[in-house]
Design a protein around this ligand. Structure first.
Ligand code: MN
Length: 444
């Protein structure tokens, strides 16, 4: 995926709110599914531009995309019609040529030097973002969660006194478990889960409310182009199967997790809720923010199927991330919350293409709309931890919030807000928006 005119930081949109510095300039153009809040309107896909959503269903009806004539214009119109649906799966399955064609066509309609007649027709398809509600941008058939941050693995091992959190296989393959797709959602509010817990020193487990509820700062990898069962995706082609990335919060019940997870991995500790952001940022939008993949000499070099020239040149994505906590008390006072940590996806031991190549090497098929969680994204510094387990040392070091409240794990009423953005010299800043979820009291 190479740099082209849709990445030019000098180009502007006629949408005034899409100026530089925000999450959604014309160089971004992320996809989501929305409708006007409080209505029974049909769900349809849109693209974020400034503080508005470009309604793709309305745009497809104008047939403006076809006005350019030729094969490209026809493909753009077909792509917009596919993307206008209540879920992005159909459009995502069309593959990279369709994704690129629609991005470039939308860019042409939104740039400031477009003819004024076209501009007014497109303007009629804009809906203010603060007037819409979202749902899952895809119908996710499967969800896999990886474990690819060496810093996270080490920090967790230290926090819970388990030296095996960096298992011998970690350095040789991107480790993962198959997660639960049915409880993925956007803007979730969920009840604190019940589960089994073995208290320290006890001989038998008890059933109770989770007392060690945590978040995990992750990215969601959205599969676009599927691969057939029995046809592994080679590393060099892996990103042709990735439509884009969003933010993902892998809520975790730590007290259940460490009792249930040996020997088959997390189960109820992770299956009650997983929250994603409304917007999917495409791989093409991320093209200016790539770096070479380098493996430090003290670690084994990747096996051949996890290595390649493209990876070595540009396999790493530089995505800044942050976690904000808004307690019930803060919300009542009108406070937007307190920053808990910052991190960056570039610190991960394994990349997007390596996760995909490993996932499929034995013949596993991936479908359009499948989601791969990257695993918690923790950086090398203690302040860059992507989970409370690390920040508060498994409850041993509770920390103080600016308003005097204390936290080791999440309380009822707590909302966690993940953010992501990309900034680099010579490129327009682009953002991921927010991934917001809130803890409600347990049902029983
Ligand atoms: Mn996770």
């Amino acid at each position: 995926m190479h740099i082209n005119h849709t990445h030019d930081p000098a180009l502007r949109s006629w949408v005034d709110s899409a100026g530089q510095g925000g999450d959604f300039p014309i160089q971004n153009l992320p996809y989501g599914v929305f409708r006007r809040a409080g209505t029974e309107e049909r769900w349809r896909a849109g693209v974020a531009i400034g503080d508005a959503v470009l309604d793709l269903a309305a745009l497809a009806r104008t047939r403006l995309l076809e006005a350019g004539h030729g094969d490209g214009a026809r493909l753009a119109q077909r792509a917009a019609e596919a993307a206008a649906a209540a879920e992005l799966n159909g459009f995502m399955a069309m593959g990279p040529a369709a994704w690129r064609t629609l991005r470039h066509a939308l860019f042409a309609l939104l740039r400031e030097d477009v003819a004024s007649g076209v501009r007014e027709s497109v303007r009629a398809c804009l809906v203010p973002q603060d007037a819409v509600e979202h749902r899952m941008p895809v119908r996710a058939g499967d969800y896999t969660d990886f474990y690819t941050s060496l810093h996270h693995a080490r920090n967790c091992g230290k926090a819970i006194g388990n030296p095996n959190m960096v298992s011998p296989n970690f350095l040789w393959m991107p480790i993962a478990y198959h997660g639960r797709a049915s409880t993925l959602g956007v803007g979730q509010q969920f009840h604190r889960p019940l589960g089994q817990c073995l208290e320290p020193g006890a001989e038998a487990p008890v059933v109770r409310r989770c007392e060690r509820l945590d978040y995990e700062l992750e990215l969601a990898i959205y599969i676009g182009q599927p691969n057939a069962q029995g046809q592994p995706v080679p590393l060099g082609q892996a990103e042709e199967h990735v439509f884009g990335l969003g933010l993902l919060n892998d809520w975790s019940a730590r007290d259940f997790q460490f009792w249930e997870m040996a020997p088959l991995g997390p189960f109820l500790a992770k299956n009650f809720a997983t929250t994603v952001s409304p917007w999917i940022v495409t791989m093409e939008a991320l093209a200016p923010f790539r770096s070479p993949f380098e493996r430090e000499a003290q670690y084994p070099a990747p096996l051949p199927y996890l290595d390649g020239a493209g990876l070595r040149q540009r396999g790493v994505l530089d995505i800044a991330l942050s976690v904000t906590l808004q307690t019930a008390q803060m919300r009542e006072r009108g406070s937007a919350g307190a920053l808990l940590s910052r991190s960056n996806f570039r610190h991960q031991h394994w990349t997007v293409s390596q996760m995909l190549a490993h996932h499929t090497m034995g013949g596993c098929s991936l479908q359009a709309g499948d989601i791969l969680g990257t695993g918690t994204i923790s950086g090398p510094e203690p302040s860059e931890a992507g989970a409370l387990l690390e920040l508060a040392q498994a409850g041993k070091q509770p920390f103080q919030l600016p308003d005097g409240e204390q936290r080791s794990f999440l309380h009822d009423g707590d909302a966690v807000i993940l953010r992501g953005w990309c900034e680099r010299e010579g490129a327009a800043r682009i953002g991921f928006g927010e991934c917001r979820g809130q803890v409600l009291p347990a049902i029983a």
